[in-house]
Design a protein around this ligand. Structure first.
Ligand code: PEP
Length: 251
């Protein structure tokens, strides 16, 4: 039985005051939720203050990216050890904005993901197709290729700490959500792929989140799919009431 997992990706939003206010509001609203795993991924510079504001609410903290080297002359980068030092449980790997805006490739994402696992941080691997790829009926091919390349060298045992987020790029921040049917189709395909790469146990146990304009109004419908185990939430994760409502819907 896969426990639902909902994570908020704050992207490059909030400031020192609003990040703390958002975290405090969520901590207050969600402290009694035990049936859903919840995490928030604030900007690096607010990780510590957000962790403090979350207190013992049970809401975990994640980073939006990480570098694979341990330490040293890597100007501007943040290591796994640094993330652990500020209480990060999770890290996003290969978010579409890092792929398509910053230019990260599958090989780099794979290196980061493996470094996170080696350090004891749980990666959330984001995969998803562009609009032109969906229109060209290449969704399965693109998602399969990304998943295989980004999980290369990851063992079945390590998969216990990996979450996959299916995020169709055309649905991120656009207000266009994949229909429940479109989400389920790709989630089921990813689960079948995990059975091929690993085995039935890994396929059965791996949590697959949907991301792309998820909001209170479509949470129930998306989460009703048998292979949708949670949500990766951008815009709606920046509002205490919306993010709380989504988690309460699932709880
Ligand atoms: C995201 O940033 O991962 C995301 C899904 O954003 P939004 O919910 O705003 O589409």
């Amino acid at each position: 039985m896969r426990k639902p997992f909902i994570a908020g990706n704050w992207k490059m939003n909030t400031d020192s005051q609003s990040s703390t206010a958002l975290a405090s509001g969520l901590a207050e609203n969600l402290k009694s939720v035990t049936t859903v795993d919840v995490a928030v991924c604030p900007p690096f510079v607010y990780l510590q203050s957000v962790a403090k504001a979350l207190g013992d609410s049970g809401i975990a903290i994640g980073a939006q990216d990480v570098y694979f080297e341990g330490n040293g002359a890597f100007t501007g980068e943040i290591s796994c050890e640094m993330l652990k030092d500020v209480c990060c449980t999770y890290v996003l790997c290969g978010h579409s904005e890092r792929r398509h805006v910053i230019g990260e490739c599958d090989e780099l994402i794979n290196t980061k993901l493996k470094a996170a696992l080696a350090a004891g941080i749980k990666p959330i691997l984001c995969v998803g197709e562009l609009l032109e790829e969906r229109e060209a009926e290449k969704t399965d091919e693109v998602v399969t290729d990304q998943t295989k390349k980004c999980l290369a060298g990851v063992s079945a045992e390590e998969m216990a700490n990996v979450t996959i987020a299916y995020e169709p790029v055309w649905a991120i921040g656009t207000g266009k959500t994949a229909t429940a049917g479109q989400a389920q189709e790709v989630h089921a395909m990813i689960r079948k792929l995990l059975a091929e790469i690993y085995d039935a146990t890994v396929a059965e146990n791996t949590r697959i989140q949907y991301g792309g304009s998820a909001k209170p109004g479509n949470t129930a419908e998306l989460m009703a799919n048998p292979d949708v185990d949670g949500l990766l939430v951008g815009g709606a994760g920046l509002k205490v009431d919306d993010f709380s409502a989504m988690i309460n819907t699932v709880a």
